[in-house]
Design a protein around this ligand. Structure first.
Ligand SMILES: Cc1ncc(COP(=O)(O)O)c(C=O)c1O
Length: 436
């Protein structure tokens, strides 16, 4: 049964009552400019006060339809009552104790649930062990950072293959795998050595890896891992060619390389499966997650086949990772995802893509939609047009985000309904009319 949040009072469609930004928002944006890092990337002056389901209200009382889910995070919608209740209950009992040095049940329970759902071989489960081992982190970058360490530790190899257009985070290891925009690297070097990038998503690229790189500069028996997003996220919501991901699995098997799948954006039900890799029936060796796992509480995780996660006590740890409040939110989130939200993501994703295909017939300004579930994007004619539409959408009460070179992504909370999908399409259509 789909569990839609009870209404706490926000309208279910955009409702603007001031010019934007309103006076309070303008004041906060000015204060922000004075004291926060200029490296943040805000496309428009949205100052959020509260959220409910797919709607957010700004500090001046304007209500927006959120097709961003706070960068693909609030899978269960903003402030889902079940998640809020789980957080409140846990917060009243225990805020922190550090799972690195002590035990508490929410961390174990969430690890059990994730391990039971990880798409790994079930051999170990059959003999009474777990199908996966879980290490909890605070973010996507930290999950990938740990995955690099784990892959190197287990294989005793150092080289890593990643993909152009990839985004894996901004800490040094993760940043070294990231190949999304030069601004993310410029003047930050030297980065981790031993990382080679190849183009994403095509068999031609894997031919290049096998036929050129493996026989010249990249001895495959020194490669620890191939790190891949099942659907490339920040790079443009790119769905790879058929057979691309299974072929990576084969290459890894042939050379004893670990297949590390970054599900930070594509995971936690967004594509209609808990992990996007399940669409291709591929079993990776390590999966990294974050974003949607705890509906907005900062939490991430590394899931690995148990025989791989053999690093000894003290070799890897973190003070906050697996925080009890975040884990309680994660348990409630998983229950909701499996209790109807993943199915809703499939249905609403189909509606959204059908509507975008219709608009594509009417306006020659953007590509056919691509993606799975509620991880959907279209390419605009160029970057300027994309930026103009993302900005203008805000002034009509619709929150959008770009990705890739000139794409707009639609990654709403998975609680979105048909009426809200239609509102998003109507506003998008108005915007296209206006720029024509
Ligand atoms: C696929 C992927 N991996 C990793 C990250 C980094 O996550 P975080 O910002 O939580 O460090 C992101 C963030 O957008 C992502 O999309």
């Amino acid at each position: 049964m789909l569990s839609i949040p009870v209404n706490i009072g926000l309208p279910r469609i955009p409702h603007l009552i001031t010019s934007l930004p309103g006076p309070r928002a303008r004041n906060i944006v000015e204060r922000d400019r004075a004291v926060t890092s200029p490296s943040y990337t805000r496309d428009y002056p949205l100052v959020v006060a509260r959220g409910e389901g797919c709607m957010v209200e700004d500090v001046d009382g304007n209500v927006f339809l959120d097709m961003t889910a706070g960068i693909a995070v609030t899978a269960t919608g903003h402030c889902h009552p079940d998640v809020v209740r789980a957080i409140q209950d846990q917060a009243a009992n225990l805020l922190h104790m550090s799972g690195t040095d002590f035990y508490y049940e929410p961390m174990v329970e969430l690890a059990e649930k994730l391990a039971n759902r990880a798409p790994f071989p079930y051999l170990n489960a059959a003999i009474g062990g777990s199908a996966a081992k879980v290490f909890f982190t605070n973010s996507g970058a930290e999950s990938n950072e740990g995955a690099i360490k784990l892959a190197r530790y287990y294989t005793k190899r150092s080289l890593i293959v990643a993909f152009l257009g990839a985004f894996h985070g901004r800490t040094y290891g993760a940043m070294s795998l990231t190949a999304s925009k030069t601004v993310q690297r410029e003047n930050f070097g030297p980065l981790l050595c031993g990382v080679t990038h190849i183009p994403y998503g095509t068999h031609a690229s894997l031919d290049y890896l096998e036929e050129q790189l493996f026989s010249t500069i990249l001895p495959p028996n020194e490669v620890a891992a191939i790190v891949v997003e099942p659907i490339q996220g920040e790079g443009g919501y790119i769905v790879p060619e058929d057979g691309f991901l299974p072929r990576i699995r084969e290459i890894c098997d042939r050379h004893g390389i670990l297949m590390v799948v970054d599900e930070v954006q594509s995971g936690m039900g967004r594509t209609g499966r808990l992990f996007a890799i399940e669409h291709w029936g591929v079993m990776p060796d390590i999966i990294t997650i974050a974003k949607g796992i705890a509906s907005g509480m900062p939490l991430g995780a590394i899931l690995s086949r148990p025989e791989i996660m053999t690093w000894p006590p003290g070799s890897h740890a973190t003070t906050f990772g697996g925080n009890p409040v975040a884990c309680a939110a994660g348990i409630a989130t998983l229950r909701l995802l499996e209790g109807g939200l993943m199915e809703n993501a499939v249905k609403m994703g189909e509606l959204l893509q059908a509507g975008l295909r219709e608009l594509h017939e009417r306006f020659s300004l953007f590509s056919l939609p691509r993606g799975k579930g509620l991880m959907v994007a279209v390419d605009l004619l160029d970057r300027d047009l994309r930026d103009t539409i993302v900005q203008a959408a805000f002034y009509k009460g619709l929150l959008l985000l770009g990705c890739g070179k000139a794409a707009i992504r639609f990654c709403p909370p998975l609680v979105i309904d048909a009426e809200q999908i239609q509102v998003a399409l109507d506003i998008f259509s108005e915007l296209l009319e206006e720029v024509l």
